[in-house]
Design a protein around this ligand. Structure first.
Ligand code: HSE
Length: 441
């Protein structure tokens, strides 16, 4: 058989939600996919500790030892969808060393070890494709690497964790309990193996690390992402934000400033008139501000079998096409991190205290004369300009919520103001602060 007609042989390691979805999708859309690639794609070896009840693997070799797939000489492309950063790192490294291309959905692996993995892939002339690592079915990697390649990117802001967004949406719309919604997200296959990765922002930080590298041509620097989760958010603040014309979203944001690059994940008030604030449920969306294109927004399902499989299989299509190029060297195509590997910048990543944002503050204070003057005095001494201040009706036992929206201020100044507020004698709870982003161009 002419080499171009020989099926491309694929090994899949990890037959969970993503692996099972990709396996079934390759079967279901086999003809359509072959019309796109010019060659059939055949899953010939699966490595998984257990079977997937929704996958008919008859006729496919299945090994319990994932390294049996990695070292199978028949395999051209290895799909790593097992997750984790220890065995998965070995799997990917050994696959590249044995001359295989790799497709992975593993954002943690790439965010933490991507620099060395891409260097190895480049040295071996192999390709590591990772569309499924960020925003599930939304092809944001291709957008940043190819579609916007002519632009200078200023900022990327995204709702990039489906589980967290699903939880926030249910809390807002149905006043459902946090734990109850999280359980449903796990059952639906959205959540990470360790769901604290979702709700504490670690998953989003992994994805943001990748987006920042692609947007600005910098190495992957996961340890420098400021990360704050949603587990401490209350329905009270969700409701007040709505009343003030905002929605609280768990946002991942990376921005280029004159002093360096911001990389941060935290709950964020977004004005209701921004499209991003209407991205609900398990949906993800990524906003890119770039010159000269302006602002563009990419939206879709960020988790679950179908959307993630869509991205994994699209990567396989890319790799198969690359294998058919006259040059067998995958380096000749699109650089892994969008910029040529020898052209990455060492632009500093800004520590959070140097980041400027507006703030929503909630203080629970005793209803006494002069309290507001004391609070506004502290803000004014830190040079913090107030955009709006609202005193809500008393809650229990004469405790009143005071809500303040500020203009943009350096995080350091806000930290100092909040420390000073702690000594207000009538303050009954720690000050709640949530950052606000207008997300305008
Ligand atoms: N746990 C992730 C999420 C899955 O909820 O978005 C997709 O990366």
């Amino acid at each position: 058989m002419h080499d171009k007609q020989r099926p491309v042989r694929v090994g899949i390691v990890g037959l969970g939600t993503v692996g099972g979805g990709a396996f079934n999708l390759l079967k279901a859309n086999a003809d359509e996919i072959a019309r796109r690639t010019g060659r059939p794609i055949l899953v010939s070896h699966i490595g998984s500790r257990r079977d997937h009840p929704g996958c008919d693997t008859q006729g496919v070799k299945v090994s319990r030892d994932v390294f049996a797939v990695v070292h199978d000489p028949e395999i051209d492309v290895l799909v790593e969808v097992m997750g984790g950063t220890t065995i998965a790192r070995e799997v990917v490294t050994q696959a590249l060393e044995s001359g295989k291309h790799v497709v992975t959905a593993n954002k943690a692996l790439l965010a933490e070890h991507g620099n060395e993995i891409f260097a190895l892939a480049e040295a071996r002339g192999r390709f590591v494709a990772f569309e499924a690592a960020v925003a599930g079915g939304v092809p944001i990697i291709k957008v940043l690497r190819e579609g916007l390649a002519a632009n200078r990117i200023h900022a990327v802001a995204g709702i990039i964790n489906g589980t967290g967004n699903f939880i926030l949406t249910e809390m807002r719309d149905k006043a459902r309990d946090f734990i109850d919604v999280l359980k449903e997200a796990q059952e639906l296959g959205y959540a990470e193996a360790d769901p604290t990765f979702d709700v504490e922002g670690i998953d989003a930080a992994h994805k943001l690390t990748i987006l920042a590298a692609l947007a600005f041509g910098i190495p992957l620097q996961f340890s420098k992402v400021y990360t704050e989760g949603i587990s401490a958010l209350t329905t009270l603040d969700v409701a007040y934000a709505t009343e003030l014309g905002y929605r609280i979203k768990h946002l991942g944001l990376t921005r280029r400033t004159g002093d360096g690059i911001e990389m941060r994940v935290h709950p964020t008030l977004i004005p209701c008139d921004r499209l991003l604030s209407h991205v609900d449920g398990v949906k993800n969306a990524v906003l890119v501000l770039a010159d000269p294109v302006g602002s563009t927004l990419y939206y879709g399902s960020g988790a679950g079998a179908g959307p993630t499989a869509s991205a994994v299989v699209a990567d396989l299509v890319d790799v198969v096409r690359a294998m058919q190029d006259h040059s067998p060297d995958a380096r000749a195509r699109v650089p892994h991190l969008a910029f040529q590997p020898d052209a990455l910048n060492d632009t500093p990543i800004l520590p959070m205290i140097q980041v400027e944002t507006a703030f929503y503050l909630r203080l629970m204070v005793e209803d006494r004369p002069g309290v507001l003057a004391e609070v506004t005095g502290i803000l004014s001494r830190q040079g913090i300009n107030i955009e709006a201040i609202i005193q809500k009706p008393a809650h229990d036992a004469g405790i009143i919520p005071v809500i303040i929206l500020t203009r943009p201020v350096l995080e350091q100044h806000m930290n100092d103001a909040i420390s000073a507020m702690a000594s207000i004698p009538v303050l009954r709870e720690p000050v709640v602060r949530i950052r606000v982003e207008s997300l305008d161009a």
